[in-house]
Design a protein. Structure first.
Lengths: 503, 620
């Protein structure tokens, strides 16, 4: 590649990534040269501003034609723009929570904190735009390694260290499995480009390497399930969420999970829909979906039932996030016209309701210095406004009408029922487990409204968390009452089928 | 006229909703005015409901909807729907809600969280009115859940009491069990008919395109939702416990409106149920059995509100029985009269409870001399529910009985007749013990009832006496009005065999007599009236006789049903919930904190998947 080709690329399509990269590099250099006595609080607002700028520059790209640069390894299409918006928005909220968190925590490396988040975000964004296994993997690892460090960033806390250790080991196992799956893909096609792989694999005859294609699918799926925290790689989540600082937990449960769905969609949907399945008239994707649906069903069941017994609120939310990942697999299984829309909408709703709830959680945990559920006792007497906000988030997570969570679930239901074939078994599992989830969400409400508080001190509202809560309440309610607005925006600017027009 | 005003029918639920928002947002500032705001806004919605009723009298079915959400090919709509059935429901709900708001002004005067209470009342009223106006099942379902939420919040209003908390939870969870059925039925219905719009559903059903199996399955699933909400067997146990809520709440939610929502659901989907004989039979049998069993249980209760709660369950059973006997008009008619007289009974019971500071009827007595107005109005309610001739309950029960007779379900008919007897018996037992019984006169100074308490009670007494004349064997316009729009069929009316009315009257009078003899006459102590020695001696025998022939068997039946409820019904509930807990417990144990385990689970999972895959894919 000569310099001329390099310069001829339309680099502006990577604008949001550049903004994040520059901010991360700038902050890390500043951190290096800035005397240690200088407070790094401003870093939080700078990085939030950078994320916001990236988000704005991303939104200006909405509606543009699909384009690829760097030898077809980097791709901008409707899928990448819309899902990158979720990543950026989620990270923005996490950074806002971080500013409140760091003000009261024992984390010494406050500068590192922020540029590690930005690096992780950059990795996630690369995953959204990759059209090549190599860049995908680099993005995946950038996200993963930054997350490992962030998990253990409270160096003096044994809990945090243990979590980081476990996360790194489990992450290593999952990465190995993923790479193993990728190696099959490469071996079968001789290329790392998703478009080429798809073409090559489709051309294979059924008796020639078919078994290996199936193996590639299933091994890759299992490896990626680590990022999603779904069965069978779900067990790390509660331990790591519990041990990591709350904003990191928020990042893992929302942004990192979104990134997991992005890579899942990108790899699986780019490669497999055109490959012939077990029967001549179905695609491989359809043939193996039964296994993914088993994994999805198990994930919903395990997440919701184990959440019932948790007294530690962070663990409870960890299981709840496993359950939500299970719901999110349903549209992937259904493979209907509405698949992207349902997933995007649910993830957006999840950003609002889960990050809102976690921001409240942050306030409660830092008030009580403990993550026990009894910290919520009598919250209604202490701060009715905070209680109402938390109630809205919990109702939304439980999927009660009038909230974003309900609309998201409804969309998934309808998509799955109208899919061909109709996935009603999976939908009924989702319904039943949703009802089970009421028990633990409502038990939090029980504590807030019906138990006497331990003390009556006023609750302080740190600015970052307050902003997040306000945004999330507004988002949860607006999406719940006028879901049409968000969906219309999606339908107007994005045409998801352009994902399949790889060249 | 009507085409000008009807598009604004959506305003009806908006007024109470505004009250809810205002009172919740400015909870502390509006504390003192909360009852006025709540009553005024609900009053406005009653006015609006009456206006719509008057202008929409002749309307068969008018919809005003807008698109709320559009998926690929699916359009979900929100809006209003005016039919005779809705008009009846709307006016009942708005009227009783206004009564309860005004009544609560005095009743909840000393409550610290008054504005929260009125806010929840507003939320409930808005949701219930929205439910009645729903043109499609989706909006219906949303309001249905919101109504449940309102009920949950109000039952648990005194959340500092453990019993109230437990009752609120129980009510919510028990009704949810039915709701799963409803939701499943709703989805199936959508799948089969391609629409959730009531009018579209009618069209599809009348065209006969649906398979019989699907019609039965869907109607049974939907009926499960109605069973939960309307406290029918076996999901009725939450309703007596729900009496932990404030008494005006019991009058509004757990007597007149929300529990009737299940009946309304069956009524509005009546063409669906009519298309399946199995479904009708299930509805009728559930209703009939519930009516009798609840009446038997009511006899053994000593808590005034629980007696009324069981009586509500029993009367709701009547309504279901009527609907299951293919008599829409009779069911809805009984719903209407029941709403009036049961709300009346609850509101007067509230005054009694306040007076005696207890809910145990054996600690009451002599109330009639002290509470003349309350006693009179309670008597009106009691006569109405007992089916005393010419009171409202008489005519509606008559309509139900004749419908069951016409439907040729004679066993259910005899159950219904037995229930008439039992109802009269337990209600007058209550009346005699509380109002005529011995008891210490309460020591406190006599206070005249405030206007805010008298007014709603008086307002409810009027329809409790007179509403029955709307639909009598010799005047059936109401029946035609309520049925014709739905299926274009004329209500068969209830032409009754000559012996029907006398025998119903006999049953009800026999119940009253028995209660009088047992609880009024025979409790007279010997020493006060020595000259009636012989009589009381005889009475002694009779007491024994009653004890062994009537009271004991009844008590035995009552205990048996209680035990069935306790051991059979609750065991099923318990075991399913403990199974979930068990899985949770052992599942959590696997989560040992060992990284090795986690990795191993991942690998085992992967190997199993690969193994099954290759096996089913035929590679081995």
């Amino acid at each position: 590649m000569d310099i001329g080709t390099l310069l001829s690329y339309p680099w502006e399509i990577m604008m949001p990534e550049f903004i994040i990269l520059i901010a991360a590099t700038g902050l890390s250099l500043t951190d290096l040269f800035l005397p240690s006595r200088v407070n790094r609080r401003i870093f939080g607002w700078i990085s939030a501003a950078a994320v916001l700028a990236a988000l704005i520059s991303l939104l200006t790209q909405a509606g543009s034609e699909p384009a690829q640069i760097l030898h077809n390894t980097y791709r901008l299409d409707s899928f990448s723009i819309s899902f990158k918006a979720l990543l950026l928005f989620g990270t923005l909220l996490v950074l806002l929570i971080s500013t409140s968190y760091l003000a009261r925590s024992d984390v010494e490396e406050q500068g590192e904190w922020y540029y590690l988040f930005l690096a992780a975000l950059l990795g996630a964004m690369m995953m959204a735009s990759s059209a090549d296994l190599i860049t995908l993997f680099v993005g995946l690892e950038l996200l993963a390694i930054a997350s490992y460090i962030l998990t253990g960033i409270r160096k003096k806390s044994a809990e945090s260290n243990e979590a980081a250790m476990k996360y790194a080991i489990n992450g290593g196992i999952a990465t190995a499995v993923t790479l193993f799956g990728f190696s099959y893909l490469y071996g079968l096609s001789g290329s790392t480009n998703l478009g080429d792989i798809s073409r090559e694999i489709s051309a294979l005859s059924a008796d020639h390497g078919h078994a290996l294609t199936v193996a590639a699918f299933i091994i890759t799926f299992v490896g990626l399930s680590f990022k999603l925290a779904t069965v069978p790689f779900h067990m790390w989540a509660p331990d790591i969420y519990q041990g990591s600082p709350l904003p990191v937990m928020a990042f893992l449960s929302v942004v990192s999970k979104t990134a997991g769905f992005i890579i899942l969609f990108r790899v699986m949907l780019s490669i497999f829909p055109t490959v012939q399945g077990f029967q001549p008239d179905e695609s491989l994707y359809q043939s193996v979906m039964i296994f993914v649906s088993i994994a999805a069903g198990l994930t919903m069941i395990i997440g919701n039932i184990l959440a019932l017994r948790q007294n530690n609120i962070k663990r409870l939310f960890a299981y709840s996030s496993i359950a939500h990942a299970g719901y999110l697999l349903v549209p992937f299984v259904a493979f209907s016209q509405m698949m992207f829309e349902s997933t995007w909408f649910y993830l957006l709703a999840y950003v609002f309701m889960n990050l809102g709830a976690l921001a409240v959680l942050h306030i409660i945990i830092s008030e009580n210095q403990s993550a026990h559920i009894s910290g919520f006792a009598g919250l209604y007497q202490r701060s009715p406004v905070l209680t109402v906000c938390m109630t809205i988030f919990l109702l939304s997570l439980a999927g009660i009408p009038g909230t974003a969570g309900f609309m998201g679930k409804l969309h998934i239901f309808i998509g799955a029922l109208f899919a061909d074939p109709s996935r009603y078994v999976l939908v009924s599992v989702m319904l039943v487990t949703t009802v089970v989830s009421y028990i633990y969400y409502f038990s939090i409400m029980l504590h807030m409204y019906m138990r006497p508080p331990k003390r009556y001190t006023k609750i302080t509202w740190p600015i970052g968390a307050t902003l997040t809560i306000a945004l999330c309440v507004a988002g949860t309610l607006l999406l719940g009452i006028f879901p049409g607005a968000a969906l219309q925006f999606l339908q107007e600017y994005f045409w998801f089928n352009d994902m399949f027009t790889l060249n | 006229m009507c085409d000008k005003l009807l598009p604004y029918a959506w305003l009806i639920p908006v007024f109470p909703f505004v009250s809810f928002i205002m009172l919740l947002a400015f909870r502390h500032r509006l504390q003192a005015y909360s009852s006025y705001i709540g009553s005024a806004l609900t009053g406005l919605s009653l006015v609006a409901a009456i206006v719509v009723w008057v202008t929409g009298w002749s309307v068969q079915s008018v919809q005003h909807t807008g698109v709320w959400l559009a998926f690929e090919s699916v359009e979900l709509q929100m809006g209003t729907w005016i039919t005779p059935l809705n008009l009846v429901m709307l006016n009942i709900v708005a009227f009783i809600s206004v009564c309860v708001h005004i009544y609560s002004h005095t009743y909840m005067k000393d409550e610290r969280r008054r504005s929260t209470y009125f806010a929840w009342l507003g939320l409930f009223t808005a949701a219930m009115l929205g439910l009645c106006l729903s043109p499609n099942l989706l909006q219906f379902y949303m309001c249905w859940e919101l109504v449940g939420l309102g009920s949950f919040l109000l039952i648990g209003f005194h959340f500092e009491e453990d019993k109230a908390k437990a009752a609120a939870k129980k009510a919510f969870i028990m009704t949810r069990i039915g709701d799963i059925g409803l939701l499943a039925g709703l989805i199936l219905l959508y799948w089969q008919t391609g629409s959730l719009q009531f009018t579209d559903i009618y069209t599809v059903i009348s065209s006969g395109e649906l398979e019989a199996f699907h019609v039965t399955l869907i109607s049974l699933l939907i009926f499960a939702g109605a069973v939960g909400k309307s406290g029918q067997l076996p999901l009725h146990t939450w309703l007596p416990d729900a009496m932990e809520g404030p008494t005006p709440v019991s009058a509004l939610i757990h007597a007149a409106t929300m529990v009737a929502a299940g009946v309304y659901l069956v009524a509005v989907l009546h063409p669906l149920f009519m298309a399946s004989d199995t479904a009708l039979t299930v509805v009728a049998v559930t209703g009939g059995v519930t009516a009798t069993v609840a009446a038997v249980i009511a006899i053994a209760q000593t808590d005034i509100k629980r007696i009324l709660a069981y009586s509500t369950i029993s009367q709701l059973g009547y309504m279901m029985l009527a609907l299951g006997s293919a008599a829409l008009a009779a069911g809805v008619f009984h719903l209407m009269t029941h709403a009036f007289f049961k709300a009346l009974l609850f509101l007067t019971a509230g005054v009694v409870i306040h007076h005696f500071k207890t809910r145990n009827i054996h600690q009451m007595g002599h109330a009639f001399s002290e509470l003349r107005f309350t006693g009179m109005t309670f008597l009106i309610g009691t006569l109405a529910i007992s089916g005393f001739p010419l009171f409202s309950g008489f005519f509606s029960k008559e309509a139900v009985l004749s419908a069951v007779w016409h439907d040729e379900r004679y066993l259910l008919f005899s159950l219904a007749l037995l229930t008439t007897f039992l109802t009269a018996f337990y209600m007058f037992r209550l009346f005699f013990i509380v109002f005529m019984g011995q008891g210490k006169p309460t020591s406190g100074p006599k206070k005249a009832l405030s206007m805010a308490l008298r007014l709603p009670i008086a307002a409810l007494s009027v329809p409790a006496i007179g509403a029955g004349f709307l639909y009598t064997p010799w005047f059936s316009a109401f029946g035609n009005w309520i049925t014709q729009w739905q299926t274009a069929q004329i209500d068969p009316g209830h032409e009754v065999p000559w012996w029907m009315m006398p025998s119903a009257i006999m049953c009800s009078l026999a119940g009253i007599m028995l209660a009088w003899v047992m609880y009024q006459k025979l409790r007279v102590p010997l020493r006060e009236l020595p000259y009636l020695h012989a009589f009381t001696l005889r009475g002694f025998y009779m007491d024994e006789l009653y004890h062994y022939t009537i009271k004991q068997p009844l008590q035995f039946m009552s205990t048996t049903t209680v035990y069935i409820e306790k051991f059979v019904v609750e065991t099923v509930m318990e075991s399913s919930s403990s199974f979930v807990k068990w899985v949770g417990k052992y599942g959590a144990r696997l989560q040992s904190g060992q990284v090795q385990t986690y990795g191993a689970v991942g690998f085992v999972g992967l190997s199993i998947l690969v193994f099954i895959l290759f096996w089913t894919g035929g590679y081995f």
